[in-house]
Structure formats: C-alpha cells, structure tokens
Design a protein around this ligand. Structure first.
Ligand code: BES
Ligand code: MN
Ligand code: MN
Length: 463
C-alpha cells in the first residue's frame, strides 16, 4: 500500500470534522424521543458511503430503524469484505456527569490520549470506529488501491438487541455473501499493546417483577405482617451467588467450556496491572468468582449482574411505605456453548422457584445472544495480525473480550463466514458511561490499519 500515511495526514482535519458532524446527532435507539435523529444518522451514513466511493448505497427499511447497505464490487472473482457497524448510541444519561455536553463533540487531551480524544456519546461505540471504515474505503478508492470488493451493513439497533437485523440477514443471504466480516466495535489492550479481539460473550437480559400486597401500604400499620417485595427481591437476588461468587442457578454452568491449563497460561501472558486497574476505577480490591483471575472473570467466565433495581419511595425526604411492587433488570454474560435461550429458561424457573409465599414473581426475558470465538488459524486472522504488525510495529495479542455483539454468532450461522474484530478503543474510553471518548490517535490508526487488512487478506485468499 502506498501513500496511506500521506493521505491520512493531508486529510486529517476533514476526517475529524466529519466524525464530529455525525456525533452531533443524538441517535439513541432506546428512546423513541430521538427517533428522527436516529433516522437522520442513517441518512448521513448513506451520504458518506456514497462520498467514499460506494457504487450502490441503499437505506433498507425494517420494522425498526433502517439498515444502511453500501457496496463497491470491483471484480466478482476477488474476495469480498463485509463491514458491519452501528450508528445508534446508548442514552447519554446521567447528563450532569458529562464535563461537556454529549452531543457537542470536543477534542480534549487526557493522560492516556495526549494527542487528544473526541468526547461525545458514540465517539468510540460505535460511530467513531464504524466511520474509520468509511474513511479507509475513501483512502483506498482515492489512492487507487482498493484490492477487493467491499460491502457495508450499518445498523441502527445494535444497542437494543439487533432484532430487525437478524431478520434482514436471514432474508438477504445472497446480497450479503462475503469472504470475511470485519467489525470495529471492540477494544484493544493499550496503544502500545495492540490486540485483536478473539471472543465475545453471549447475553441473556431479563427483567423481574415481585408483587406483594395489592397496593402500597403504611409501613407502620402493616410492617412486619406482610411480605415486603423490596426486602424479598433483594434477598432473592443475593441468593443468586454463593460465598465463592459462583452463580447458584441449577444447570447454569453445565455447558460452560473450561479452558485448558495451556490456554489459561497463554491468556495470563497478556500485560495487565491489577494496581492500575484498581486505581483507574478507584477501588481498593477487585471482586469476583473464586479461582479465576480478573482477566478470566471478565472474559471466559459467565456472570450475573443486576443492572438496575427500583421500587418504593425514592423522592425527597422520607415516606413510610411498603411498596406493592419491586423490580430489577438483570444481565447474564455467557460464554461459548451456553445457549442464551436455555439460560433464560433456567433463570426463570429458578427465580420463580425461590419466591417465598406472600409474593408473586414474573420474569420477563428481554433479549439475548450467543457468544463467539474467532479462530486464529485462518487467513483472515493472519491478515489482520499482519496489518497491525505493519502499522503498530508489533504483533497483536489475541484477546477475548467480555462484551457482547450478539449478531456476530448469527452472521456465522446465516452467512457462514468468520468475523474479525478489529477494535481500536480502550477500556478507559468510557463507552456507555458519561464522558465517552475516542482517541484521535486511535481513530487515525484505525484508518491506517484497515487498508492493510484488505491488502493482506486479498493476497492470501485470491482464487
Ligand atoms: N460495542 C459494544 C460491545 C463491546 C464493547 C464488545 C467493547 C467488546 C468490547 C456493543 O455496542 C454493546 O454495547 N453491546 C451490548 C449488547 C447489546 C445486546 C446491547 C453489551 O455488550 O452490553
Ligand atoms: Mn457497539
Ligand atoms: Mn454499545
């Protein structure tokens, strides 16, 4: 590849200005108040794909938010890379914790990003990372060195479960046919420790409702004599882990794949400082399942966490009341081989079974998905590894992540292709949190690395 660095330095300011424009759109898929903004973001992605050199760009309507599809087919005999990403973002709340407004992107320096980072909701997850691919395509087209075919599929419902994308993929297998799927929607270890994500966890997300008396009660008149749904709910939740922090749901671990001692030893080689980890989070100790390291706990082991809990009176001052109902939202992160539907069933059966007399429990499944592991003995992984080596000057470390992109396992099932997860974010970029940001260096490094993947992958797989 020629002129990659030159092209990037000549166009750097424009590359930054363009992503900043996209980040100004509050495309929150979870909140209907933003529906027009989500649609506007799709339109902007469409026009940017056209500008970058796609020959066909379509907005594909779904029952929810649209999928932006683009392609540039240069020769049917050459391999095809399918790029996936998402233009929707998580809600920005709590707004008061942002140091600058979430949809007014600004570049600020941080300790980890001395060249500056773009602060905005979606900067890293996933607009900034998705847009690196649009600019990498532009670079390859404008410098006349696009080596293969490319397809883009950018959705607007990743943060709410990708339900409509599943249908779209199943219905458009031929249109989406490809030799490899390329995604930048994960992270890497550090800017001087490049890594390629080789695993994602699955997910089962449920909501529970505990109902006691038919109305809120005076906590003096009735207190002590009826089941308090909040007391009961917290007790039930506490019982879901034992003293070793193992999950107590019967059958939960049955299909969990245990890694061999060799695999665990290999994992333990990745650079990691427990002191830095604790310091970054202002905690005096880590916490988790007995017998596993922090990096194992957050990648190869399944988990159960309450994501939200509410009920009763939470306004100013005190109100003496026993609430009629209590609620919680619970996520279970799953590892390969665990089936998310089966785990959801196991949870439901168990949670209902531990409810004491005096309350009723309803478990409402939300969404879920399977985990995924990328093999590293493939042309695609080797091409990605070589691309990082070229631009970082170091071989990347394969690393399994704790996050989930449930659609990836469905891609494999429906499209029969493997996914390469080339993430350029850092854990400290605060995705889903206030003050999400994406390093300017990371953004440009992504744009630089992606074209080499195309080149090496094409060389390795040319028919
Ligand atoms: N991009 C993230 C997933 C991610 C981030 C994976 C960092 C690995 C490293 C994605 O947008 C996301 O947030 N996924 C959700 C699941 C989805 C069903 C809402 C998640 O992991 O909570
Ligand atoms: Mn994402
Ligand atoms: Mn996300």
């Amino acid at each position: 590849m020629k002129n990659v660095k030159n092209y990037i330095s000549e166009n750097k300011d424009r590359f930054l200005n363009e992503i900043i424009e996209l980040l100004k759109i509050p495309s929150v898929s979870a909140d209907p108040a933003f529906s027009q903004d989500v649609l506007n973001a799709a339109e902007m992605v469409k026009s940017k794909l056209e500008d970058a050199g796609c020959d066909i760009v379509e907005i594909h309507e779904t029952a929810g938010y649209p999928i932006v599809y683009g392609e540039k087919i240069i020769n049917k005999d050459l391999p095809t890379v399918l790029v996936y990403g998402h233009y929707d973002v998580q809600p920005a709340e709590p707004l008061e914790l942002w140091t600058s407004p979430p949809y007014e992107p600004v570049i600020k320096k941080t300790d980890i990003h001395p060249e500056g980072a773009i602060f905005a909701r979606g900067a890293c997850d996933d607009k900034g990372q998705m847009y690196m691919h649009v600019k990498a395509l532009e670079l390859m087209v404008k410098t006349d060195q696009l080596p293969c075919n490319v397809k883009f599929m950018i959705e607007g419902e990743e943060e709410v479960g990708s339900n409509n994308l599943s249908i779209y993929v199943a219905e458009n297998k031929e249109k989406l046919a490809n030799d490899v799927i390329l995604i930048s929607d994960t992270g890497m270890i550090a800017n001087d420790v490049p890594s390629i994500t080789t695993g994602l966890r699955g997910l089962s997300y449920v909501e529970v409702e505990v109902t006691g008396p038919n109305r809120d009660l005076h906590s003096g008149l009735y207190g002590g004599a009826v089941a308090n749904p909040i007391n009961i709910l917290t007790k039930m939740i506490a019982s879901l882990h034992d003293e070793n922090n193992h999950i107590t749901i019967p059958g939960f671990y049955d299909k969990v794949e245990e890694l061999s001692a060799e695999e665990r030893a290999e994992m333990a080689k990745a650079p990691f400082s427990i002191e830095k980890y604790q310091k970054a989070l202002d905690i005096d100790s880590v916490y988790g399942e007995a017998g596993y390291s922090t990096n194992e706990r957050n990648s190869i082991r399944p988990t159960l966490d309450v994501n939200g809990i509410w009920g009763g009176y939470i306004g100013e001052g005190a109100k003496t009341v026993i609430a009629s109902k209590a609620y919680a939202k619970i996520s279970m992160r799953l590892v390969p081989n665990q089936d998310w539907r089966e785990i959801t069933e196991l949870f439901k059966t168990h949670f209902e079974s531990i409810a004491p007399k005096g309350v009723t429990v309803v478990v409402k499944p939300h969404h879920g998905g399977q985990g995924y592991v990328t093999p590293i003995d493939t042309d695609a992984y080797q091409a990605a590894s070589k691309a990082y080596e070229t631009t970082f000057g170091k071989k990347p470390i394969p690393q399994r992540s704790g996050g989930s992109i449930p659609i990836v396992s469905l891609f494999e099932k429906e499209l029969k292709s493997k996914t390469i997860l080339m993430g350029f974010g850092l854990d400290s970029d605060a995705i889903h949190s206030p003050n999400e940001h994406f390093g300017v260096w990371n953004y440009l490094k992504g744009i630089e690395t992606i074209p080499y993947f195309y080149q090496y992958f094409t060389e390795m797989t040319k028919k």
